[in-house]
Design a protein around this ligand. Structure first.
Ligand SMILES: *Cc1c(COP(=O)(O)O)cnc(C)c1O
Length: 414
């Protein structure tokens, strides 16, 4: 017998929960893909995407996932033989760097470990020392590394580049955290930013986005050639849908995205969404702090100032983390994320890590439901914990909100 009947909850760091409204927006016949409604739809989501990224720069949409966004970004501004500096705080920056290498780019990868942020002084020193004939053309970094849940200081990275007087493009992966953790493309001087549809943007996986500053557009213009599929230039113009997407547009994803942008930009507001994620992420950390036990759970990132509000990476002595995930899926209908890149393939230590996604369309009852289910799993599996994380998290959420004023007529009849 399992208790896990009812609505399941995929609480992994993407794909995130899709709002019913977003799913329903896709449930329709396709319009003409050559003119009319679809072109208006494409044009209407562009200002909203820019509002989420806080930029007046251009954005290109692609059919693809986050990996596609990585390749699109590289293809527009980097050529074989170019040098880049990649500043890694987990599996995802390594992945982007590896992709660049496979495309013939020379990558210097600096690893800052699995629970620390980029050391900005070290980054600045590396850039200052880069005085050879062929300087770095770009710096690659991930704002939130989804494997470790480390949040990097992107504004600080811009200061490091400026402090070193270095001219490299600043290229940032915001796939995990756009619309979740505060991000200011223009104010922070980011040149290229990549993201995907299926995390903070609450849209099914399958669309990728690349944002470019004017400096990045100049770098694109100076390229000898760019693959016609990845070239962002025709996509910045947004005139004919089939030209835009290099073929048939992702029609139904566009309807989904339109609805998600309505919710995020026009109804909730981007800053309110950042604030909601801040409170909910702190509730998760409060629970883990209460549970913390040498034989039980621990947070991967000790310093709260470098923790993402989109995802929390945690550990338990192997194989307890895997057992906990399995119990939650089988008995509670909650799927947690596996540990990624925390231990080598085949190493039993891999069963000591897990992740909780808390990005996008989430609210207190969803977060508290996940936390209470984890706590039930701790009881079931006899994993020791110091105190109730549920009591701590619910107390935190209760004290973070203001009382609702006015009287309500609801509940009078039943
Ligand atoms: C999810 C994610 C990716 C990869 O995205 P896919 O859609 O799985 O290709 C890359 N970088 C970060 C930071 C992510 O969170």
């Amino acid at each position: 017998m399992s208790l896990a009947h009812g609505r399941t909850y995929l609480a992994i760091p993407g794909p995130s929960v899709m709002p019913d409204r977003v799913l329903q927006a896709m449930h329709r016949a396709s319009p003409n893909i050559y003119e009319g409604e679809l072109l208006d739809l494409i044009r209407s989501v562009i200002p909203d995407l820019k509002a989420v990224a806080r930029t007046t720069g251009n954005v290109a949409m692609y059919i693809g996932n986050g990996h596609a966004a990585w390749e699109a970004a590289i293809a527009n501004v980097l050529a074989p033989g170019d040098r880049v500096l990649a500043l890694s705080t987990g599996r995802f920056c390594e992945g982007w760097a590896e992709m660049a290498r496979r495309l013939g780019i020379e990558v210097d990868l600096i690893d800052f470990g699995l629970s620390s942020a980029i050391d900005l002084d070290r980054a600045e020193a590396l850039l200052r020392a880069d005085t050879g004939a062929q300087p770095y053309k770009a710096v690659l970094a991930v704002q939130v590394d989804t494997a470790t849940s480390v949040l990097n200081d992107v504004a600080g990275l811009r200061k490091a580049l400026d402090g070193a007087g270095h001219d490299a493009l600043l290229m940032i992966d915001c796939i995990a955290c756009l619309g979740v953790d505060a991000f200011e493309m223009d104010a922070w001087g980011v040149d290229v930013m990549v993201t995907g549809s299926q995390k903070g943007l609450m849209t099914p996986p399958g669309m990728a986005f690349v944002f470019a500053s004017e400096k990045a557009e100049r770098a694109r213009a100076a390229m000898d050639r760019v693959s016609s599929h990845w070239d962002w230039s025709p996509r910045f113009i947004a005139d004919e849908p089939p030209l835009y997407f290099g073929g048939t547009p992702p029609v139904h994803h566009l309807f989904a995205l339109r609805e998600a942008m309505k919710m995020l930009v026009h109804e909730e507001g981007v800053e309110a969404a950042w604030q909601r994620h801040t409170t909910l992420a702190r509730a998760v950390w409060t629970a883990f702090d209460a549970w913390a036990h040498p034989e039980g759970l621990a947070l991967n990132v000790k310093d709260p100032s470098i923790r993402s509000h989109a995802v929390t990476a945690a550990s338990a002595p192997s194989p307890k983390a895997t057992q906990l995930r399995q119990w939650l899926e089988a008995e509670a209908g909650v799927t947690l994320g596996i540990g990624l890149g925390m231990a080598p393939q085949g190493d039993p230590a891999r069963d000591g890590f897990f992740r909780v996604g808390h990005m996008g369309h989430i609210n207190p009852h969803m977060v508290l439901g996940v936390l209470a289910s984890i706590e039930a799993g701790l009881h079931a599996l006899k994993i020791p914990f110091a105190a109730s994380g549920v009591a701590a998290a619910s107390g935190f959420i209760g004290s973070s909100t203001s009382p609702v004023s006015g009287s309500s007529s609801r509940g009078e009849c039943c």
